[in-house]
Write a protein that binds this ligand. Sequence first.
Ligand SMILES: Nc1ncnc2c1ncn2[C@@H]1O[C@H](COP(=O)(O)OP(=O)(O)OP(=O)(O)O)[C@@H](O)[C@H]1O
Length: 279
Amino acid sequence: MSAQFTGAGAELPGAPPALQAVDATVAYDGVPVLDGVDVEIPAGQTMAVMGPNGSGKSTLMRAMLGIVPLTSGEILVHGTPLRRFRDWRRIGYVPQRLTAGGAVPATVREIVASGQIAARRRLSFTSRSDRQAVTDALEAVGLADRARASVRELSGGQQQRVLIARALAGRPDTFVMDEPMAGVDAENQRALAETITMLGEQGSTVVLVLHELGPLEHVIQRAVSLDHGHIVHDGEPPHPTGECARPGHDHQHPHPDPNAPAPRDAHGEIIRLEVPGSD
Ligand SMILES: Nc1ncnc2c1ncn2[C@@H]1O[C@H](COP(=O)(O)OP(=O)(O)OP(=O)(O)O)[C@@H](O)[C@H]1O
């Protein structure tokens, strides 16, 4: 992968945290699912967010990107309060699974190119360098030969790689990936792990929701574990001894079918793929 995926590249010493939650609480229907969470993700770190089903991992990721509102507390993105943060091209969000391409046929290349919308000036056309970034992103995830295929023809694992390429194409420096390994076969997991390793080596910030470290074991520098909306561990990644990485693991994998219906929010809306704030 070329260095262009690093966006702003390795952060200067003294750079503010890439993402920070301060006493963050999120409640659905009055029930808190994140409860006073404090976490700071330094620029350049590769960090896993772990924990059992329903512990609040996805909610934390979405709250840090402004997709779900906080009930109280504060989120800072690259040192700026979320409500004032505008530089969304710095952020590459990889949602749990592909929700586009169902009703509207879209090619792999189109989906990947859509990752550049936040970075593009309003009404401007794609430049040669934009097109090259899309090509590079497809190569980085090993899908250059499927560029013209409809995303619907791809396996769940390949679709996951399309989502990562989509984030890469916008050349962000901060990646938030929600269970990139879910429903992905071993071969695709290895391909994803290679890409994520390269991002880390190039100085990008990478935050991933993971249920197990798997092939990312050597890449993850820090793990934060949530339980019932609280941080119960923050530090060394767990050393897996069995199939799953967390001691006392009681995880039932929630996403056995990567082509299952898209996740919906409290109002029944499909959770959007767009990078928030990209208007
Ligand atoms: N839009 C929503 N409306 C109501 N409740 C929600 C909503 N999204 C999540 N929840 C609830 O909030 C809690 C935390 O969910 P969240 O998806 O953040 O957990 P998670 O740790 O990511 O779980 P999983 O491992 O299953 O993906 C769960 O009890 C879930 O049912």
